[in-house]
Design a protein around this ligand. Sequence first.
Ligand code: PLP
Length: 424
Amino acid sequence: MKQFQFDVQKFRSHFPACELQVAGAPIAYLDGPGGTQVPQSVVDAITGYLINDNANEGGNFKASYKTDEVEQAAFAAAADFLGCSPQEVGFSVGSTQHSYNFSVNIAKTLQPGDELIITEIDHRCNSQPWRRLAAQGFVVKQVRMDLETQQLDFDDYMSKLSDRTKVVAVNWASNALGTITDVKKYIDAAHEVGAVTVVDAVHYAAHLPIDVKAIGTDVLLCSPYKFFGPHMGLCYMDEKLLGSLDFNNAGAEDISQGSRKFHMATPQYEFLAGMTAAINLIADTGVEYAECFEDELEGLTGRRRNVVAGMLAFDAYEAPLAARIRRGLRRLPGVKVYGPAEGEPRTPTVAFTMEGYAPEEVTKVLGDKGINSWHGDFYAIEVISALGLEDKGGLIRVGLAPYCTESDIDRLLATVSELAYAKA
Ligand SMILES: Cc1ncc(COP(=O)(O)O)c(C=O)c1O
């Protein structure tokens, strides 16, 4: 098997934003968990559509034929990204909209007293829509996060799951801590009692390949703006479930079938074109590294194979860099790194706090030096309050994308080190 060596400069060359500088240095984009940069191919796909093919679908003229093609190509690309059929994916402005839309529509099939399970580790996207249903007489139960391990407590989940449970909404990777949950375990147990499962993969999708059929979830949410695409949401729904639900869309015949049921309004065709280009960049990257992952790719073909190879390459590049950030931060006085223990599954997202500094002060110093990072709760509000950080301004969060470099990390660690020793 070929030795893995990621060509980060080649990958960066796709991204015009990697040319930008602040304070005389290239911007260190450690803000990826909030959204990644876009490659030129995505910009070209969006502007190309708007300039040459801008229309609505279903008409008898060239731009409308092209629009139909753009939509079909997006269904096919999204299906390859998730490992499902093009009939099982749909688009919207974001995952939170998909989550609300699904919760409202499935609630029509439930009875008061039915139970819904959410988790403490989730972004509000995957918990708030369900929490709101309590007002309609549904019982909402929240699975706790173990404060010690900073992982979901599976025993607590099992104690809450029963044949009254109708929906389980669970997070695959925490956008605050990077904790990866073994969602298959949660899904299998939910299916044992006949509950429908919704997996929030918005953070996970940026770092590891997804196979919706392998985990067996009924619904999965992700957002292409976290993996080089435009600001929009992508939702998978198992074909049987999709067929059984009555969606609150305009109800016209052509949007009442298959994936189009998701579409509440005219789709953002230009963004669909952009998303396809983003997935194609992942696949093109995968072609370069497929030989390094032959075992993992066995049985896969075509663009699906290349997408999986691309995501495996990103993970193989990012994981050791993230470990270096955690090691570097842990050596500094007054710095506390959060998330699961070393060796436990996690994304390359690192959350930390610094004694003597509000998180917002730290991100400001970093930002002034062209090192982009985030502070606050990132809408993972329950995580922040469980950690007792609600009144302390939350966490500082840095996250990797495959265009990040060793030099970005050097600069991050040097700046945090200066701050840490100034108060030591
Ligand atoms: C884990 C997670 N879930 C959901 C969301 C919300 O996604 P969207 O902005 O597409 O609604 C985010 C956004 O940061 C996220 O990180």
